[in-house]
Design a protein around this ligand. Structure first.
Ligand SMILES: [Fe+2]
Length: 273
C-alpha cells in the first residue's frame, strides 16, 4: 500500500516535470521518493511529509495556466484508488473518478465547443440545450475536482487556526457546524451536494445545498456581470418584450465596476484542469 502510494506520487512528479514544471522543489521531492523506494521499511512520518510536500507543489504550481475552450482534463486522484478505504472502497473510487468525473470533463468540453460554434456561426437555436450541458458538466467537473482534494487518507479530526476560529464564530462550535452540514447533506432533495462556502459579500462562512448541481449555474466560478430577467425587473415598462429590455440594458452597464470585480476575481487562483 505505501509503496503503491509512493509510486503513484513519483509518476505524478515525472508527469509534472514533462509539462515544463521541473522546479527544484519537485526535483528534491523526487530524490526523497527515490530514496524511500529503496529502503526496506518505509517510515510513516517521512511518508506523510512526502504527501504534504506533493500536495503543496500540486496545488500551488502552474496557477497561471489557462484552459482553452474544450481542453479541460480529468485530474488524477491525489492518492491511490484504495487510499480512502474502509470509508470509500476502491471500486467506488474507480467508477466515480474514471467514469463519472471523466464524463463530466468530456461533456464540458463538448458544450464549450458547441457554444463556440454557435458564436462563430451566429446560430443560437440550441443555446438552451448547450448552456444546460455547460452548467451540468462544468459544475460536475469543478465540484468533483474539489471533492477529491477535500479528502485524504490522513484526514479527519478538526480544522485548525483561522478556519476553526471562523467556524466557531459563524456556527457557535465545530460540533454545531458538523451537525448543520450533515443535516444539509442528508436532506438534499434527490441528488446533489452539501457545500461549505465563503461569502465574499457577508465576510462569513455559510452552508448551502445544491440540488443536482446543474440548475443553470456552474459552481466554483465568480459572477462578474449579471442581468436580472425576472419579470419584476422589466414588466412595468417593457411588458412582455424582454428582448427590448435586454437591448436597452447594455446602455447602462457599469464596466468600471465589472472591471474591478474582474481584477479582484483574478487574484483567486486554483490549479487548472
Ligand atoms: Fe459524483
Amino acid at each position: 500500500m505505501e509503496r503503491e502510494y509512493l509510486d503513484e506520487i513519483y509518476r505524478w512528479c515525472k508527469n509534472a516535470c514533462m509539462h515544463n514544471d521541473a522546479s527544484s522543489d519537485l526535483q528534491n521531492l523526487m530524490k526523497k521518493i527515490e530514496y524511500m523506494q529503496n529502503v526496506r521499511n518505509i517510515d510513516q512520518i517521512q511518508l506523510k511529509e512526502i504527501y504534504e510536500e506533493a500536495s503543496r507543489i500540486y496545488h500551488f504550481n502552474k496557477l497561471n495556466e489557462r484552459i482553452e475552450i474544450g481542453e479541460h482534463s480529468l485530474p488524477s486522484l491525489p492518492y491511490p484508488y484504495n487510499a480512502l478505504e474502509p470509508v470509500i472502497s476502491k471500486k467506488i473510487m474507480e467508477l466515480h473518478h474514471d467514469k463519472h468525473h471523466k464524463s463530466y470533463v468530456d461533456g464540458l468540453n463538448k458544450a464549450e465547443k458547441e457554444l463556440q460554434k454557435a458564436r462563430n456561426s451566429n446560430d443560437y437555436s440550441l443555446i438552451k440545450h448547450w448552456e444546460r450541458e455547460l452548467a451540468f458538466h462544468g459544475s460536475g467537473h469543478y465540484l468533483h475536482t474539489l471533492f477529491w482534494y477535500t479528502m485524504s487518507p490522513n484526514g479527519g479530526g478538526k480544522p485548525q487556526g483561522k478556519l476553526l476560529a471562523e467556524i466557531v464564530k459563524g456556527f457557535g462550535s465545530f460540533e454545531n457546524f458538523k451537525r448543520h452540514f450533515s443535516e444539509a447533506a442528508k436532506n438534499v432533495e434527490g441528488v446533489g451536494w452539501a457545500l461549505l462556502v465563503w461569502s465574499a459579500r457577508a465576510h462569513r462562512l455559510g452552508i448551502l445545498q445544491a440540488e443536482k448541481h446543474q440548475n443553470l449555474t456552474q459552481w466554483d466560478t465568480v459572477p462578474l456581470l449579471v442581468l436580472d430577467v425576472w419579470e419584476h425587473a422589466y414588466y412595468l415598462q417593457y411588458e412582455n418584450d424582454r428582448s427590448k429590455y435586454i437591448q436597452e440594458w447594455w446602455k447602462i452597464v457599469n464596466w468600471d465596476y465589472v472591471e474591478k470585480r474582474f481584477e479582484k476575481a483574478m487574484q483567486l487562483k486554483w490549479k487548472a484542469y
